[in-house]
Design a protein. Structure first.
Length: 340
């Protein structure tokens, strides 16, 4: 064996040993991350295939907030076993929603000097179909029941709805044509039965009725209103005062929302209410804590929403009719969506 041959064999052996060592370290780090998560009391997490298509057993999708390498990934659990193991997707989102095989993912794009944000429309396999620049910090996201329209809200300035020093931008995209209305503030507003214009209008928190009609919050003059919107006529019409982050019930008859209540702290002003769209009667839910979320209807009688938890947020449920009591559904989770 020549000296050259021995050197080649030695170099190959070093490369192979390095590759094996690197793989072992990465595998150990992955296992260590999962063990750390379990030791911290987090929910069990496993990798696998996540789809936005409905299955025989109803699924619940969430943004996983459990500490570890899979934090912020979209995960799925059986809807009837929400505390069970989570299957994570590898797709990370700050805000998320899905319906009819379409997903909307608001995500950060990390730059060398500053982070920017992007709204990404996903197909049923969580693959990107299209993306749009987002003008600020992600706040709300919704998909229409058909999957044909997606909406998102970001903070252009500020990062909280509690005060008045903030500005939002809300966009709606038609996934059939990729036509975008990049700010709903350009829609014609009818307030109290009359055309209305003002420089301080903010619109946020879209919830869809169908592929034309939606509801949202409009703020102006220091007050908030529930508005009914129409993407075809590009109009917004006020319906009721003191409504924020509306969520339309599956049967289309009620709106769950955040209401500012007298006497509450300026930093924690909201309670969870339900508005009957026919009578405009308000019902306070049994949840007495401050709610800063756009609630989701788990079904026609139950609301799902986020509250602060040990790892960021937990998901809670409460009956929509004012009876019962609030109970925790999932720990370390945010931005839920049911696959029906």
């Amino acid at each position: 064996m020549t000296r050259t041959t021995r050197l080649v064999i030695l170099l190959v052996a070093v490369v192979l040993l390095g590759t094996v060592g690197t793989g072992a370290v990465l595998h150990a780090a992955h296992r260590s991350s999962e063990r750390d998560q379990q030791q911290a009391g987090g929910p069990p997490v496993r990798t696998g295939t996540v789809s936005l298509r409905p299955t025989a057993a109803r699924q619940l999708l969430v943004r996983n907030l459990a500490w570890g390498s899979h934090r912020d990934e979209i995960a799925t659990v059986p809807a009837d076993r929400p505390q069970g193991p989570r299957t994570v997707s590898g797709v990370k989102c700050l805000r998320f929603h899905a319906a009819a095989g379409t997903g909307i993912c608001l995500k950060a794009v990390h730059g060398s000097l500053v982070d920017t944000y992007r709204a990404v429309v996903l197909d049923s396999h969580l693959h990107e179909l299209h993306h749009f620049p987002a003008a600020g910090i992600p706040s709300r996201a919704r998909v229409s029941p058909s999957g044909h329209l997606v909406a998102w809200t970001v903070f252009v300035s500020g990062d909280s709805y509690a005060g008045t020093a903030f500005s939002t931008r809300t966009a709606i995209v038609d996934t059939r044509t990729w036509t975008i209305d990049d700010t709903l503030e350009t829609f014609a507003v009818t307030k109290d039965g009359r055309p209305y214009r003002a420089s301080d209008i903010n619109v946020w928190g879209v919830t869809f009725a169908d592929d034309a009609r939606f509801y949202a919050t409009l703020a102006t003059g220091g007050r908030t209103y529930l508005v009914r919107g129409d993407v075809t006529t590009r109009t917004l019409t006020t319906l009721h005062q003191n409504v924020e982050c509306p969520s339309l019930s599956p049967d289309g008859t009620r709106i769950a929302y955040k209401k500012r209540v007298p006497g509450a702290s300026p930093d924690a002003p909201w309670r969870l209410y339900v508005l009957d769209l026919r009578s405009m009667a308000e019902t306070a839910t049994a949840e007495q804590r401050n709610i800063d979320d756009q609630a989701l209807w788990a079904d026609d009688s139950t609301l799902l929403y986020a509250l602060p938890g040990d790892y960021g947020s937990d998901l809670w449920t409460v009956p929509a009719d004012g009876t019962g009591r609030a109970r925790r559904l999932m720990t370390s989770a945010l931005a839920p969506a049911y696959l029906d």
